[in-house]
Design a protein. Structure first.
Length: 192
């Protein structure tokens, strides 16, 4: 079964391919404006636009880092935070903003939308809880991974192997639920 993943992010595409083994996953960027008020709205907007263009089963995600001390920022604006700066600089800026924070609680959130031609849309939201580290650690992953510390594993996401990150990530949790919906389609003649 062919599924389009509406994203141009290579890291995310690899994650999706790893989880959806046995499916043909094709990455396609969507040019829609991410102007929704929630991760769910943005994910749905992206998936719908790409599904309508290709008339093919499409999934899309919208994710972000939410930090309690910063009232949920950068949140929906995680990608646009300090636009044109490198992620190293973005991470450094967040560490500076957090220098007096007593509460370093944070979470990654992901909404995944699934749009199927002539069917209802499905959106799932999932989180990964953690804390903002005291400095940058690790070189793996992408985005804010080097400052996102997961107490259970005593390391940041950037210190984890991609296999471990992909096992516990916010995106993994949401994709696992979406995959159940897609697996259920397999019995239908029109999709198999
Ligand atoms: P978007 O979902 O592509 O709009 O991503 C929003 C922002 O959140 C981007 O700046 C990403 O770098 C960041 N982000 C999303 N998921 C992750 C992750 O798993 N690790 C680190 N940063 C992430």
């Amino acid at each position: 079964m062919k599924i389009i993943f509406a994203s141009s992010n290579e890291h995310k595409l690899q994650e999706v391919k790893e989880i959806f083994k046995g499916y043909e996953i094709i990455g396609e960027s969507s040019d829609v404006q991410e102007d929704g008020k929630t991760f769910q709205e943005n994910a749905l907007k992206k998936a719908l636009a790409v599904m309508k263009k290709n008339n093919c089963i499409t999934i899309a995600d919208d994710s972000g880092l939410e930090i309690k001390f910063l009232n949920g920022a950068p949140g929906l604006y995680s990608a646009r935070f300090l636009e044109n700066k490198s992620y190293h600089e973005k991470c450094e800026k967040i560490l500076e903003m957090m220098k007096d924070a007593s509460d370093r609680t944070a979470r990654f959130s992901t909404a995944i939308a699934l749009c199927i031609p002539n069917s209802k849309n499905i959106v799932e939201l999932a989180h990964l809880n953690g804390v903002i580290a005291d400095k940058i650690y690790g070189e793996n992953g992408f985005g804010y991974d080097p400052i996102f510390y997961v107490p259970q594993y005593k390391m940041t996401l950037a210190q984890m192997s991609s296999q471990l990150k992909n096992k516990i990530s916010h995106r993994r949790k949401a994709l696992d639920i979406i995959k159940l919906h897609i697996d259920n389609l397999k019995g239908c003649d029109c999709y198999s």
